[in-house]
Design a protein around this ligand. Structure first.
Ligand SMILES: C[S@@+](CC[C@H](N)C(=O)[O-])C[C@H]1O[C@@H](n2cnc3c(N)ncnc32)[C@H](O)[C@@H]1O
Length: 286
């Protein structure tokens, strides 16, 4: 039948898609390559249906190939006869272990049917969590910044695998970037942190990303507050020259402010939040 690669989203069980949840509930076995993806999957399926896969922590390509051949050999038989899922955090096609499985199945078990259910990737979730707008017409690049690397070039970058934030920060600011960091965004597992202070991230945590932007690359938008108010001033000057009419437009009554207004400004200081609540609170009402 089918092996589904299911994207679980960034780590909050509530951010699994409806389709992803349906597949998890239909699957006879849900294979998980790690502890975090397992903890999200178990919010949707009983532990008894989770199949753990062991992968060595190695960069040795031969050892990795052997581990994936073994995993594919375990997954292929139940996937031929029934519905099986392989889960990954984020999206299965963005920097994900699912690519290794797909290639290995294609090579050794080409008769297994494969389908992918996309998930909310950190690649897009960062924008909401960090209050960044990727406006139409702007470009943005994805790079890796492991072990203190500081890639430069594009005007806007999302950096994955920021494992040494202070070193990465030094390189990026020297090259003229402004940088904001996000750790464990939309995750239930661990503390969510959004900050532009790299010393707050001294402790290494693999689930850390950065958004780097050259300030001079910012494009003025037609609806920016300053642009809008300067248009307002121009109009005020014009009004005496035209027929003045009393304004009859009424503002709608202000809503009770149980929910804070949506803010899209970039955070200037460190925000530590209880797990999974930070991004949701930062954007409520958007
Ligand atoms: C191997 S990539 C996996 C990406 C994943 N497939 C996705 O689509 O989001 C892992 C990197 O993504 C980033 N990342 C993934 N989830 C994150 C989260 N919830 N908060 C912050 N960074 C995250 C981190 O930079 C981490 O090192």
């Amino acid at each position: 039948m089918t092996l589904y690669g299911v994207g679980l989203g960034p780590g909050d069980a509530g951010l699994v898609t409806v389709r992803g949840r349906e597949v998890l509930q239909e699957a006879e076995v849900v294979y998980s390559p790690g502890r975090l993806s397992r903890s999200v999957a178990t919010e949707h399926v009983p532990e008894s249906r989770i199949g753990d896969l062991d992968f060595p922590m190695t960069r040795d390509e031969e050892e990795l190939r052997a581990a994936w051949r073994e995993a594919a050999a375990e997954i292929a038989p139940p996937a031929r006869d029934g519905t099986v899922a392989f889960v990954t955090l984020g999206d299965p096609n963005v920097y994900s272990t699912f690519g290794h499985l797909r290639r290995t199945l294609d090579a050794f078990h080409p008769d297994v049917a494969l389908e992918v259910v996309p998930g909310v990737s950190a690649l897009t979730a960062f924008a909401t969590a960090l209050g960044v707008e990727v406006a139409a017409g702007s470009s943005i690049a994805l790079r890796e910044a492991a072990r203190g690397a500081a890639p430069t070039g594009p005007d806007r970058m999302v950096l994955f695998k920021v494992t040494d934030a202070p070193a990465t920060h030094a390189g990026l600011t020297e090259a003229g970037y402004e940088v904001t960091y996000g750790r464990r965004l939309f995750m239930e597992q661990g503390e969510t942190l959004v900050t532009d202070d790299p010393t707050a991230l001294d402790e290494r945590d693999y689930y850390t990303l950065a958004y780097a932007e050259r300030p001079e690359a910012r494009v003025e938008q037609a609806t920016d507050a300053e642009t809008v108010s300067s248009i307002g001033k121009d109009l005020e000057e014009l009004i005496p020259l035209t027929r003045r009419r009393p304004s009859t437009r009424r503002r709608p009554p202000a809503r009770p402010s149980a929910t804070p207004a949506c803010t899209t400004t970039r955070p200037a200081t460190t925000r530590r939040e209880s797990p999974s609540s930070a991004p949701a609170r930062a954007t409520r009402g958007c």
